[in-house]
Ligand binder design. Structure first.
Ligand code: P71
Length: 894
């Protein structure tokens, strides 16, 4: 039975860690300062750090565990949690905690290896640890085996046992990161060890990868889950040890475990000498908690399949380009000596330096010098997307094509002959003239992740029926990929979280408030900044401050909440957007523009004094995320300032609009997004913002005025009544701090480019499958044109509502209806409005989904499109009088 490879991550991104993109000059400086040993580089100097040790993404459950360490010296609850996890996942009864694997090795040596001992092992890496202790290791790996290259040569093992009587037989899962064993071989080793009265000690740090390999390649194992195989492997040994920084995705931690109480006794006598107490072993309570959760989660079948798929894909790309490399369970191990034809004494270091110089990628040679000539490019577990991994592979391939130009390294004089470790070396070199590789990808790593729902079609059919065919009424627990909205759904960064955690709460004035105001002034150039809990609260206050009953508010297409508050304040909204905005097939690039002739007509009819202000939205949501041009912003402002008409922006998605100006307006190709944004905001007098979009936060909003102190004062008076204190707008200081930080991250050119271009890629995949979408693609969402998708379904049978439901059933993806249901009925006739645009919106949360997620979304919708004739309409079974799209319920119409 073949094991299905998942088409996308079985998780979404919960928190991101921003990464650095040092320039070529900076990289050269960093290399020289590191004396050409990339070990000396620090993470903020590195774009992608291709090491898998302690660098993996944690799950949100692990992160939560980090906060519940009870940090008791003795008998910590966290140790009990860890013990239970080990019992459950590995099957061993007794646990001796250690600070990491070295702690476990230390205890093993102390208890089981009297001076002068030898060991028999399938791993060479262990030599590093034992040679300095005077323990000789016999290599008993079967070098002739082609598939299970980590297998023991049983004949040789027996020879070694009978001639040298080793202290124990040591086995390592996926030995040295490269050599997996078979379960049959491990069992034979166990039998042999038993026959000779020796212990089999097994390092489980890479057990998951080995279990996966067995599932794939060992006869009769294809039906076993990784969880089952993991336990079978672990139970085959007398004593197991494990490194928390590997398979369990912890940043440190380790343990020994056994079923033999006498062995436990041995370990416990030493753990207090070297590690800590028997109930923490040198781990913080929180580490035990993270490790325990990681152990339970590490055997998740889909996650394992995904991680291994990433590794295979990465290695295959390098192989296809002819790069000499060996299989690694966590990446590709490049043969540095054959990669660099010119030779030279330290090819691993020469290659590592050249790779960093050309791309900012670090690959690290670790351990003892001279063991081999491999330079591993390991994938930090689940921390990178395939898009990023493909580019890292391309960076190496780019270097491979100019490998004859790589400079050799010369060991620095004064380097003593006793230098045995890679981390000790330093070199002199010159900078070869190498072409650089430029990354164009999401500028962050995955810091923590959140599992997504795994449902089957039957479950989804039931869920959509129970939700009355309304995606607003689905439970998120039933949704795999949630494209309902980009509002408040962003993944925050570790930097934002740091600011959030550090903010000191107060009902008065906080530092976070000052940072928020400073960020608004810096970003928009506006003097008065009022925080609100979200966008509609700012809209309410603005409308009440600026609109006198009976006044007109012209704007570029309404947004629901905006229009509601203008009307509640006694105003009347008039749409003055260009005509092209209403035509889903027009490819006009600035569909967000205001039609000045329409505006002039409104002013001519009512007089400038009757205009409260212009309600000017960037990246117009309901038109499909369509941008406003810089020329239009200038022209509208010039027109209005001459007539004393204020211009008020809805700057909710202003940054995305700024990016499209950079992309489509030749005059701005080389201007940074933050500067384009400053100029855009110059052509207005104030703004409201729903911070839940651009600001990369989950809650918050802004009302700002450029320079009008009178408006600001009267808005402040309303803030006190409606929202909270004048200095927090009803938000905790932490949210203000996260918002301030988000305002910096949102104008990072790499970030905003990767965000908007991801939307464009989703649209391109859909179009390639023939699916009709609104043109041109907007910034935050792709809108399906349902009148062309389901032309046979009359608008009064709510085709967009039905299609949103069908998309959910087909793919587990949640979308939003934006058509006849949303628009409602004409209050006079009671008939549906039957709007020009009958759309389904697929909205992309920021920093949450990878291209692979969106590929799966596109593939699913293309499948639906191919059987569109089988899709009918819906009828209401419950129709609320207002905003019926939120609570309405439907059933199939035929
Ligand atoms: C979106 C939302 C959230 C939403 C709102 C109403 C119905 C369904 C979903 C909110 C916006 C927005 C613009 C341009 C103001 C708000 C309100 N958009 N202006 O697109 O897009 O902000 O939600 O923070 O109160 O899913 P708020």
């Amino acid at each position: 039975m073949p094991i299905p490879v998942p088409t996308h991550e079985p998780h979404k991104i919960k928190t991101v860690r921003p990464i650095a993109f040092p320039t070529l000059d900076e990289r050269k400086r960093n290399l020289a300062a590191a004396r050409f040993n990339v070990f000396e580089l620090t993470p903020s100097q590195i774009t992608f750090d291709m090491v898998s040790y302690g660098t993996g993404a944690m799950s949100q459950e692990q992160l939560a565990g980090q906060l519940v360490g009870d940090e008791a010296y003795a008998g910590a609850r966290n140790f009990e949690t860890l013990e239970r996890a080990i019992n459950r996942v590995l099957g061993h009864t007794y646990v001796c905690p250690t600070h990491n694997t070295l702690g476990a090795v230390k205890l093993l040596v102390k208890t089981l290896c009297p001076p002068g001992s030898t060991l028999a092992s399938n791993a060479r890496g262990r030599v590093d640890l034992h040679a300095p202790r005077g323990i000789e290791i016999h290599d008993v790996r079967d070098h002739a085996e082609a598939v299970f290259t980590g297998n023991f040569d049983l004949v040789r093992l027996e020879q070694v046992i009978t001639t040298t009587r080793p202290a124990f037989v040591g086995a390592q899962c996926f030995a040295d990161g490269q050599h997996p064993f078979s379960l049959a071989n491990l069992k034979a080793v166990r039998a042999l060890a038993d026959r000779h009265g020796l212990r089999l000690v097994l390092d489980l740090s890479r057990v998951i990868e080995n279990a996966w390999y067995i599932q794939r390649h060992e006869a009769g194992m294809a039906d076993r889950s990784v969880a089952e195989l993991t336990k079978l492997i672990a139970k085959t040994a007398h004593v197991v040890l494990m490194d928390g920084a590997q398979a369990p995705h912890c940043n440190t931690g380790g343990f020994l475990a056994t079923d033999n109480p006498a062995d436990l006794e041995l370990f416990l006598n030493e753990v207090v000498v070297y590690e800590g107490l028997h109930t923490y072993g040198g781990m913080a309570g929180r580490t035990m908690e993270v490790l325990a959760r990681g152990l339970v989660e590490m055997t998740d079948e889909t996650e394992v399949q995904w991680a291994m798929h990433q590794t295979e894909r990465f290695t295959a790309r390098l192989r296809a380009a002819g790069i000499p490399c060996e299989r690694g369970c966590d990446g590709a191990y490049v043969r540095a000596d054959s990669f660099l034809p010119a030779g030279g004494g330290h090819p691993q270091h020469a290659l590592a330096c050249a790779l960093y110089q050309t791309s900012g990628v670090r690959a690290l040679a670790q351990g003892l010098v001279g063991r081999d000539q491999l330079l591993p490019l390991q994938i930090p577990r689940l921390a990178m997307t395939n898009e990023q991994l493909d580019q890292v592979a391309d960076a190496l391939i780019h270097l491979f094509r100019q490998r004859d130009r790589v400079s050799p390294l010369e060991l620095e004089s004064g380097a003593a002959a006793d230098m045995h470790w890679h981390d000790q070396l330093s070199f002199r070199s010159v900078f070869a003239d190498l072409d650089t590789f430029e990354f164009d990808c999401a500028p962050y790593l995955i810091h923590t992740l959140e599992p997504i729902a795994r449902t089957d079609r039957g479950q989804r059919e039931r869920a959509i029926r129970e939700a009355g065919w309304n995606t607003f009424l689905l439970r998120s627990a039933d949704v795999a990929i949630d494209l309902l909205t980009d509002s408040g759904t962003s993944a925050m960064s570790t930097t934002q979280w740091a600011a959030y955690d550090a903010a000191i709460p107060t009902p008065a004035t906080s530092e976070a408030y000052h940072r928020f105001v400073a960020a608004v002034r810096e970003t928009y150039g506006y003097a008065y900044a009022l925080p609100t809990h979200q966008g509609r609260a700012a809209e309410q206050i603005l409308s009440e401050v600026m609109i006198r009953p009976g006044q007109i508010v012209p704007g570029n297409m309404y947004f629901t909440t905006t229009k509601v508050h203008q009307e509640l304040a006694g105003g009347r909204f008039v749409d003055v957007i260009v005509d092209q905005a209403h035509d889903p097939q027009s490819d006009y690039p600035w569909k967000g523009d205001i039609d000045l002739a329409k505006l002039e007509a409104v002013v001519a009819e009512h007089g400038a004094a009757a205009i409260a202000y212009i309600s000017f939205e960037h990246s117009v949501n309901l038109a499909g995320g369509q941008p406003v041009s810089m020329d239009n912003l200038r022209a509208v402002y010039a027109y209005c300032s001459g007539r004393d008409i204020p211009v008020m922006f809805d700057a909710t998605r202003a940054v995305e609009n700024a990016y499209l100006i950079q992309k489509h307006d030749a005059r701005f190709h080389h201007t940074r997004v933050r500067d384009i944004l400053r100029e855009m905001m110059l052509y207005g007098d104030g703004c409201t913002v729903s911070g839940k979009k651009d600001y990369l936060i989950n809650m918050g909003g802004l009302l700002a005025f450029k320079d009008n102190a009178v408006w600001a004062r009267s808005a402040e008076a309303k803030l006190r009544i409606y929202e909270g204190g004048v200095r927090d707008g009803g938000l905790p200081a932490g949210d203000l701090a996260a918002m301030a930080r988000g305002m910096e991250e949102m104008v990072d050119d790499r970030y905003i480019r990767s965000r908007v271009e991801q939307t464009a890629r989703l649209a391109a995949w859909l179009k390639a499958g023939g699916v009709p979408v609104v043109e041109p693609t907007g910034t935050h969402a792709v809108f399906l044109d349902v009148k062309r998708f389901l032309p046979h379904v009359d608008q009064d049978l709510y085709p967009a509502q039905r299609l949103a439901g069908e998309i959910y059933v087909e793919t587990g993806v949640r979308a939003m209806e934006r058509g006849n249901v949303s628009k409602g009925r004409d209050p006079k006739t009671g008939e549906n409005h039957r709007p020009a645009l009958e759309l389904v919106r697929l909205t992309l949360p920021r920093r949450v989904y990878s291209d692979d997620h969106l590929r799966a979304v596109a593939d699913g919708i293309v499948r639906l499109y191919q059987r569109r004739d089988s899709i009918g309409g819906l009828k209401f079974v419950h129709e609320p009088p207002t905003l019926r799209f939120f609570q309405g319920r439907f059933e199939l119409a035929n």
